[in-house]
Design a protein around this ligand. Structure first.
Ligand SMILES: [Zn+2]
Length: 403
């Protein structure tokens, strides 16, 4: 297994984009190795022999608000502390609108809008240029968190961002897994560190929801070995492995998050990626029951939800007022390295098929090999009432567009 993995990593180790292109070419050619040689995992592309109904869903049954997109990023700040407030755009607004119009997406929340001047630029380019179509959030100034004045500076920055038009605060897994006391060095800063209390409170005061992503799939905290169900994905993104070193466990991060939720009951939290634990819906349900200030979003997790369609359907029925539609979309070319979240027509069609149909055993991402784990998914055929809430009604409340 180890040898397979190494040769596989060598083949694909030159970067996600090339790797994805390489895999696609291989699958298209379906060039199987000679029958007398051992078959490597990288060469195994089984075709399903199931004869089952296929329902293409080109447009959603009701208008959609996607609360989780990345049309900009704080420069150099994706996994550590952003050195400046500069922001780069991943797509031109008109190109984003073209996809949105074709796919029935009425509005998109651009989560990673940076802070300060960069955030102002993102607001001008997206929100103000196309009113109602884009809602850009701000982000914490992680790079300043060692400054003794940080708690107040950060609270003030939230207030300024809110006045400028921010629609929320985005917290990446920078908090808990990347951010260290001295930038990239020193101990990891804890999710429930007290210096962030004024920031959470400022969000409540200015009615900004906190879109929070701390922790990650449970498999990212386990050894990358032959038992790891996300082995392919971790091969593509070795920096997503949080096994060993001084990383906290998944459970420790969730407990720290829960202490934040408990301490700031007036702050509304959107737990991205199904509350960062889509594999464990009983736990997510328990969290939703415990914390009225917690809601969840679906981004990049229909692969998890769709492999447990009965549990997922029950989850949607129970929490239908607290679930938002989101994709975690990243535009190409960058998004190509994470096919489960590449901003293009096919991605939305898969989400709609999952939520609207009872189709069986289909791909959760537009990719020849399922990118997060080697399985396929089943639709959950939500009734119209729930679909409407998840597609846009809940998000309209979140964004202050309806009472
Ligand atoms: Zn995201």
């Amino acid at each position: 297994m180890d040898i397979d993995r190494r040769s596989w990593l060598v083949t694909l180790g030159v970067g996600g984009l090339t790797a994805a292109a390489g895999r696609r070419a291989a699958a298209e050619e379906a060039a199987c190795p000679p029958a007398d040689q051992p078959l490597l995992l990288q060469d195994f592309h089984p075709r399903s022999m199931l004869h089952v109904k296929e329902t293409p869903v080109k447009t959603p049954r009701f208008p959609v608000i996607d609360v989780h997109t990345h049309f900009s990023f704080a420069r150099g700040g994706r996994t550590g502390a952003a050195p400046s407030d500069a922001v780069s755009f991943t797509i031109a607004p008109k190109d984003a609108l073209a996809v949105m119009d074709r796919k029935g997406v009425r509005a998109a929340v651009n989560l990673t809008g940076g802070f300060g001047k960069g955030h102002e630029e993102a607001l001008a380019a997206f929100d103000r240029a196309h009113p109602g179509r884009f809602h850009t959030c701000t982000e914490p100034m992680w790079g300043a968190c060692a400054d003794p004045r940080y708690p107040q500076l950060q609270a003030d920055a939230i207030e300024r961002a809110a006045r400028a038009g921010a629609k929320g605060l985005k917290v990446l897994k920078t908090l808990g897994l990347y951010l260290r006391e001295r930038g990239r060095e020193g101990p990891l800063v804890k999710v429930d560190d007290r210096r962030f209390d004024p920031m959470w409170e400022a969000c409540a005061a200015h009615r900004l929801p906190v879109y929070i992503h701390v922790s990650d799939p449970e498999a990212f905290f386990l050894p990358i070995d032959c038992t790891n169900e996300r082995w392919d994905e971790l091969g593509h993104h070795p920096d997503w492995s949080f096994h060993g070193k001084d990383f906290p466990s998944h459970r420790e991060i969730m407990e720290a998050r829960d202490r934040v939720l408990a301490r700031h009951p007036k702050t509304l939290f959107v737990g991205l990626h199904v509350g960062h634990d889509a594999e464990n819906l009983p736990f997510v349900s328990e969290s939703l029951d415990r914390f009225p200030n917690l809601t969840v979003e679906l981004g990049a997790r229909i692969g998890e939800l769709g492999r447990q369609p009965r549990a997922s359907r029950a989850f949607f029925e129970t929490y239908q007022d607290r679930i938002f539609f989101g994709t975690d979309a990243v535009p190409p070319p960058e998004g190509e390295s994470t096919p489960q979240q590449v901003f293009k027509d096919e991605l939305y069609e898969i989400y709609y098929r999952f939520l609207e149909t009872d189709d069986e055993y289909f791909d959760y991402a537009p990719a020849p090999v399922p990118p997060q784990g080697r399985w396929r998914i089943y639709g959950i055929a939500l009734p119209d009432g729930i679909l409407k809430k998840v597609y846009h009604e809940n998000a309209e409340r979140l964004l202050g567009l309806r009472a």
